[in-house]
Design a binder for this molecule. Structure first.
Ligand SMILES: [Zn+2]
Length: 305
């Protein structure tokens, strides 16, 4: 167990999500694949061997705080490896066409984790590992959409010079981690494949969603992704104790419906949604429930959770 004690990114988050998945019938309705640990090879697609060794040894030593915001316990390596394993498995299934869509209910989150270091509650960058897994399976164009309230700086760092992975992030700004300005658009051949949408704390839900939708549709229509990966954070909810903009749970239903339609119109519906932030123990599971209602609206059977 990734036990962080009285930290906002706590064990109760995933327990509450799990309770909701049972209570709302998602577990009955969806396939639940067997959990597998990510292999070292899969983690090495995004992280340096030196960092993986250090992380494993910190966890073995039950090291506690390893970075200003990030805590590990004896079970953290296993939890992070199961999370990364789940996203790799989801990508394999969706790319193979066994499933159209998947939602990965995992913790710790990943989008701040850098190739060579932990950061901002994140140990392994799940979405980056999953994009690189898709690339290893032969996909040439993967789009990552990040609507967590924080900028996905770790994901952006991995793909900064990589034109095969487009990345769009909408996030509160100025805010943690301080990156994600509009002028950050990638480097070299990748210029223009990174899109940052910084929004002030006063942004309404309507404006947040309109900006996200318009800019992502524009990027998707020029980039033509073969797969969409979603860094699904729910900390833009109005009551979130860490982030917080003005979104309500229902807004995540609209956003879920929209991204499913976007995947259908651009990449045969291939979509993998990965849990990132969201720290309100009652509202976050409600947001996840709404998100799944949106994604699976009209779906008869067979999504994976
Ligand atoms: Zn966040």
């Amino acid at each position: 167990m990734h036990d962080t004690g009285s930290h906002p990114e706590c064990v109760a988050r995933i327990l509450r999500v799990n309770e909701m998945l049972h209570r709302s019938g998602w577990v009955e309705r969806c396939k639940t694949p067997e959990w597998k640990l990510a292999t070292r090879e899969e983690c090495l697609r995004n992280h340096s061997p030196d960092y993986l060794d250090k992380l494993q040894s910190w966890c073995k030593d039950d090291a506690g705080r390893i970075e200003v915001d990030t805590v590990v316990s004896a079970g953290s390596w296993q939890a992070a490896s199961y999370g990364a394993g789940a996203v790799c498995d989801a990508v394999r299934r969706v790319v193979a066409g066994e499933d159209k869509t998947a939602f990965c209910a995992i913790r710790p989150p990943g989008h701040h984790a850098m190739p060579q270091s932990a950061m901002g509650f994140c140990l392994l960058n799940n979405v980056a590992i999953s994009a690189l897994t898709a690339r290893s399976l032969g996909l040439d164009r993967v789009l990552i959409v990040d609507w967590d309230v924080h900028h996905g700086n770790g994901t952006q760092a991995t793909f900064w010079e990589d034109p095969s992975v487009a990345f769009i992030s909408i996030h509160r700004f100025p805010f943690y981690p301080g990156t994600g300005k509009e002028e950050e658009t990638g480097a070299g051949k990748a210029i223009g494949t990174k899109v940052n949408l910084p929004v002030p704390a006063s942004t309404t839900a309507k404006d947040f969603l309109a900006k996200l939708m318009q800019s992502t549709e524009k990027l998707a229509s020029s980039f033509k992704p073969q797969l969409i990966l979603l860094s699904a954070g729910f900390d833009a909810h109005r009551a979130d104790p860490v982030g917080g903009l003005s979104l309500e749970a229902e807004d995540y239903e609209s956003a879920g419906k929209w991204i499913r339609q976007l995947a259908q119109s651009t990449c045969e519906g291939k979509l993998v949604s990965i849990l990132e932030g969201g720290y309100h123990l009652t509202h976050m599971p409600e947001c996840v429930d709404a998100h799944l209602r949106g994604i699976y609206a009209g779906e008869q059977k067979d999504p994976s959770v």
